[in-house]
Design a protein around this ligand. Sequence first.
Ligand code: ZN
Length: 459
Amino acid sequence: METTVANYFADHVWLPHGWANQVGIGMNERGALSAADVQSARGDARYLGRYVLPGMPNLHSHAFQRAMAGLAERQTNPSDSFWTWREIMYAFAGRVGPDDLRAIAAQLYVEMLKAGYSHVCEFHYLHHQPDGKPYADPAAMSLALIEAAREAGIGLTLLPTLYMTGGFDGRALSERQRRFGFDVDGYLALLQQLVKMENAALRIGVALHSLRAVPERAMRTVLAAEITRAMPVHIHIAEQIGEVQDCLALRNARPVEWLLDNLPVDARWCLVHATHMTAQETQRLAQSGAVAGLCPTTEANLGDGLFPLKAYINDNGAFGIGSDSHISVSPVEELRWLEYGQRLATRHRNIAVSAMSHSVGETLHAAALRGGAQAAGVAAGVIEAGARADLIVLDESSSLLAGRDEASLIDTFLFAGNANLVRHVMANGEWVVRDFRHRDEERIAARYRDTVTRLAGIS
Ligand code: ZN
C-alpha cells in the first residue's frame, strides 16, 4: 500500500475534463499523485494557490541548439532557407562536446521549467566526436543529457536518434554529419545501455531522424527489435517542400503518405512537423492515433510552412508542442503562434476550437497536455491519481489575471501579455521553481555563460 506523504489543496485545478473547484491533491513517496479529490475540505492540507495546472510536456528538443539561438538571423543569401540555416547549425554542432552539452542542456531545462514545461523529449543525434569517432563511452553525449535533466529536475524522454544517410538516394553522410551516424547494431546497443537507467523521471525511446536519413530496411530492423517494442517512436517528417519533392521523386509518394503506407504508425508514434500534407494525408494521420509534433516558433523561424491545424482538429487528430531549436522556450508562445499562424493564413479568428470547447486556449492547452504526454510515453500532463506529480501554480497576483474566472483563465494565460505567469513548478514530486526562481539557477547559468562564451570564440 502506497502512503500519501503530502496533501495539497487549491481553489481551481485543471483536471482531465476541465476546471474543478476545491481540489485536494495527494502525493506519494515516489513523486506520483495518489489522489485528486473534487469539492474536498482543505483541512490541514498545504494551500497551493488559486489556479493549478499540470506541467506541460515539451515533445521536441535539440538541446545544443539553445546556444545558437540568435546566431542565424543575418541574411547570408537572398534565398536563405532551412538548408542555409542547417549549415550554420552544423558548424556550431561541430564544436559541442559532452561537458558543453551538459552545461547548455541544464540551462535550457531550467528555462523550460520556469516557463511551465515539466518534461522534455530530447531528439538527440549529436552522438560522436566531431570527426565521427565514437567517444570512449559511445553513450557519452546521451549521458550528458540525462545528467543535465537530473540537475535541472525536469522529466526526460531521451530519444537517441538513428542517422545513417545524407539523402533519400542513400548517399553517405557529409563530413559535418559524420558525428551523427550510427549503424543499426551500434544504435540498438546504445538503447540497451540506456534503457537500464530508466526510472520515474527518465524514459528511453526511438528516434528515426527522417526518411532521408534512415533507409527503409534499417527502420524495419529497429522497429522489429524486441527492445523497441513498447518505446515511443519519433521521426521528423514533411518539414520542407524539398523533402516532399525528393520523396516523390525517389519513392513515388509524399513523406507522410509513404510512412503511413509502409510502417505500423500508431499511438506510439510522434510525427514531428508533418507540415506539408494533403487533405487525405491529414485525415489519415489523425486516424492513425499518432501525435503530430508541432513546433510553431521554430517552424516560423525556419520558414517551414503552416500545419493544417483546423482540418486535423476536425478529424480529432492528436498533437503536442515542442520548442525544437529553442528560438523560444515557452509553451505560451508555442500555443499562441500555433493559433496566430492560422489566423494570418485564413484571415479569421478563433480557429482552434473543438466540439469539447469553444475556447481556443482550452482547446490548445488540453490537446497539448494530452498529446505531449502520449508522445513522451509517460503518465504526465494530467492531474489524476497515478500520474506523475508535475504541477504549475499560476501567479494569481498578476494584474493580467485580474477580473478573470475559470471560463477566461486559460485564454488569458495563453493570449494576454508577456509576463510569465508560472510562479511555482513541481516536477516529479519536487518543487524545482519557487516564486519564479529555479532552485539551482545561478550555478547552472554561470556554467552556461562560460561554456557558450568559449564556444562562440568570444573572450
Ligand atoms: Zn527537430
